[in-house]
Design a protein around this ligand. Structure first.
Ligand code: HEM
Length: 496
């Protein structure tokens, strides 16, 4: 240690042992729950050690605000994710890049494409069309609702990022990306693998015992390469022929003039940025939409109230549109509660400190991995009484309105500081539109087994970096024949 704060103690925490640190105490699954338990014992800032790496866990909005937001120049780096970047080939990827010039370049591309309202407005028609497709697909085959949600997001991203409309050919593309994403998740979450902490391990041959991570990485590596190269090639060719639709990638390519002036390095950066949208946008957003569906199955009174609000405001003759958002406050409260009830990334993405620091009399070392326990923050019973109960009404109470800044889970679930999610507005719009369309169109209820007994799906998600529910059964039926006809007409429009 060096510098002025070296004499200060590290934040308290479970006692580390030699070499391993606290590795043996951190479970491979549901790490946020163990971290949550420790926050009850050691407070909203505590420390761990993973091998030699110092780790600081922040569990309150206050601590996160004081450090990651107010002192953001020191807390905006990321730990290295050897498994994802070097072994699987997700590179360069904004979410994993170290803080610096390359990160700034990618961050600007994302801000330009996903933050300003005027740009977001240009995606509205695509979002609306894909939401209509989602309803039509669910009407056709309600049992496969989860795949339809994945397809909704895949098609949305394909069109926004590459300007490709989802036809059968492009469905192959979606399929390829889904396979790469599934392979990536199955091979382990970021920092879940030893190799992230002991980078030298990447040199062990894949056949050696204990090198399972490497075999898994090799399996997805070529798929990941395809995800980077194939759709990029489509866009380049379409631009050369003058048939490209405006997209995230086409505007990046237009920015550099003609193809000859595009350096290999810049090409890799653009391919990486485009693939990053897929990697970051689809699973997170789909987690929120599936959580919404599950919440409706488990809380029929909430769905009924949302339907009544929808009927009063939008009526039966047309589908809800993004313009209706402000006039549907109860639906808005449901969406907030969905984010809180199952935050799509319960531990966010770890940050890393670039300078040593002092906070509340503790020493925070340079190069420490900083976890933000979003899950604990969404279960703060002072802000959200009875946190395990799904209750949208909590946001409608006047006390919560006075405290809107902290009371809105959206100020927590998209992360913090300079690395806050740049897709938060686009993601939130896509969640809202899917939820509004489903409320308008369908009754969503518990399925029944062959004895006529209701099947209650579990409200505990699977473990993972992104918190997804295992496939569950439910009964999704059009609310009226008239609505079914409106949806069928949309299907007709779609194929026209
Ligand atoms: C409901 C949907 C989503 C949730 C809950 C979510 C959540 C998050 C969180 C917690 C982080 C980490 C922030 C931090 O480091 O503190 C993050 C980062 C990121 N998200 Fe999202 N996200 C969502 C949708 C999206 C979408 C739609 C996109 C793309 C259009 C996107 C792109 C990214 C990127 C690129 C980063 C890394 C930013 C950086 O490191 O500078 N996300 N997201």
């Amino acid at each position: 240690r060096s510098g002025a704060t070296q004499a200060l103690p590290l934040p308290p925490g479970p006692k580390p042992v030699a070499l391993l640190g606290n590795v043996h105490q951190i479970p491979l699954e549901y790490q946020h729950r163990t971290f949550d338990r420790w926050s009850k014992q050691y407070g909203d800032i505590y420390s761990l050690r993973i091998f030699r790496k110092p780790v600081i866990v922040l569990s309150s909005a206050q601590a996160v605000h004081d450090l990651i937001e107010k002192r953001s120049s020191k807390y905006s780096d990321r730990p290295q994710f050897t498994m994802f970047t070097e072994l699987m080939g997700w590179y360069p990827n904004l979410s994993l890049l170290p803080y610096g010039d390359q990160w700034r370049l990618h961050r600007k591309w994302f801000q330009d494409a996903f933050i300003s309202t005027s740009v977001l407005d240009t995606y509205r028609d695509i979002q609306q069309k894909e939401a209509n497709n989602l309803l039509a697909n669910i009407l056709d085959n309600p049992d496969a609702f989860m795949s339809h949600v994945d397809r909704y997001l895949g098609a949305l991203v394909l069109e926004v990022v590459y300007g490709q409309t989802s036809t059968s050919l492009d469905d192959d593309l979606i399929h390829m990306v889904e396979k790469a994403s599934r392979g990536t998740s199955a091979a382990g979450g970021p920092a879940a693998t030893l190799v992230d902490f002991i980078p030298i391990l990447r040199h062990i041959p894949a056949w050696m015992p204990g090198a399972g991570f490497k075999r898994k990485a090799n399996e997805v590596r070529s798929l990941v390469r395809d995800v980077h190269e194939i759709p990029f090639g489509f866009v380049q060719r379409a631009m050369a022929m003058g048939t490209a639709k405006p997209s995230f990638l086409s505007s990046l390519l237009e920015g550099v003039g003609n193809e000859e002036t595009l350096s290999q390095d810049m090409k890799e950066n653009m391919m990486g940025a485009a693939a990053t949208v897929y990697a970051t946008a689809t699973e997170t957003t789909s987690s929120a939409i599936v959580t919404f569906i599950l919440a409706m199955v488990l809380n029929p009174d909430v769905l009924e109230k949302a339907q009544a609000e929808m009927d009063r405001t939008v009526g039966s003759a047309r589908l809800p549109e993004l313009e209706d958002r402000d006039s549907l406050p109860y639906l808005e409260a449901i969406i907030q509660e969905v984010y809180r009830f199952n935050p799509p990334t319960p531990l966010g993405l770890p940050h890393q400190s670039t300078e040593e620091d002092e906070y509340r009399g503790y020493h925070i070392p340079k190069g420490a991995m900083i976890f933000t326990n979003i899950w604990t923050m969404t279960r703060d019973s002072k802000l959200f009484p009875d946190p395990e109960v799904f209750r949208p009404e909590r946001y409608l109470r006047s006390e919560m309105r006075n405290n809107a800044e902290i009371g809105d889970p959206r100020s927590i679930v998209f992360g913090f500081g300079r690395r806050i999610c740049p897709g938060r507005k686009f993601g939130d719009l896509s969640v809202w539109l899917a939820a509004a369309s489903l409320v308008w169109a369908f009754d969503i209820r518990k399925a029944r087994d062959s004895f006529g007994q209701e099947i209650t799906p579990t409200s505990i998600p699977q473990s993972g970096t992104v918190s997804n529910f295992a496939p569950f059964q439910c009964c999704v039926r059009p609310r009226t024949q008239q609505k079914a006809s409106v949806i069928s007409r949309l299907r007709g429009d779609r194929s026209a």
